[in-house]
Write a protein that binds this ligand. Structure first.
Ligand SMILES: Nc1nc2c(ncn2[C@@H]2O[C@H](COP(=O)(O)OP(=O)(O)OP(=O)(O)O)[C@@H](O)[C@H]2O)c(=O)[nH]1
Ligand SMILES: [Mg+2]
Length: 197
């Protein structure tokens, strides 16, 4: 397979706008501001591929990126941002449900969780949703640089206790690059193509 430079394909606000459901695709989902876009950029090694924002709830569309021919990574809109109006939350749910409902090319899901905040009910619901359709799922405990090594390890153990048993964890930081190699290996395993440099 020909490796290409990771590129933005399109943002889709409606299921009709999703790119063709061919090949393989990995999705990244998580709370608003949990570091989805930063994780994608760090993992694929392109600094400004996905838009990073200090304001939570910016990414309202499903953004599709191509890593190689028919190999995609998908930035899903964040959830759990209290100030988002109810109608928008409803739209988010419909869009996410449409995405997970029969997306044949979906081969893996990364759920980003700010390690300082721990798991929310919505994080657990996403994990359940993915497991219910047999999509391999891993939790990315993001912003690990914000905690000391000891505090990070303690938080990791706590989250492990709260999470479903068969779930994989990676301690991650887009800032000090903790866990980057692990995430790249996981992506390569799922997509069958190398990510990042
Ligand atoms: N310290 C630290 N900050 C991070 C890390 N990852 C992301 N951030 C910061 O957290 C904020 C949100 O990051 P994004 O990557 O935009 O988060 P997101 O989950 O894509 O956010 P939405 O698209 O709004 O849902 C930004 O200010 C980032 O710079 C990290 O590993 N360490
Ligand atoms: Mg984002």
């Amino acid at each position: 397979m020909q490796a290409i430079k990771p590129t933005f394909i399109k943002g889709a606000a409606r299921p009709q706008d999703f790119p063709a459901d061919l090949g393989r695709e990995v999705a990244v989902v998580g709370r608003s501001n949990s570091g989805k876009s930063s994780a994608i950029n760090t993992a694929v090694g392109v600094r400004k591929l996905a838009r990073v924002s200090k304001t939570p709830g910016r990414t309202q569309m499903i953004n599709f990126f191509e890593l190689a021919e028919q190999r995609r990574i998908v930035d899903l809109p964040g959830y759990g941002f209290a100030r988002v109006p109810l109608a928008m939350r409803e739209r988010w749910r419909e869009l996410i449900e449409a995405y997970f409902d029969g997306r044949e090319s979906l081969v893996g899901l990364l759920v980003t969780v700010d390690i300082r905040r721990g798991l929310s009910d919505l994080d657990l619901a996403m994990v359940e949703l993915a497991q219910g359709i047999d999509v391999p799922t891993a939790l990315l405990l993001t912003k690990a640089d914000k905690l000391s090594r000891g505090a990070g390890a303690a938080k990791l153990r706590q989250i492990e206790r709260e999470a479903p048993e068969d779930i994989i964890f990676t301690l991650f930081s887009a800032v000090n690059r903790t866990g980057v190699d692990e995430v790249r290996e996981r992506l390569a395993g799922w997509l069958g193509v190398g990510a990042g440099t």
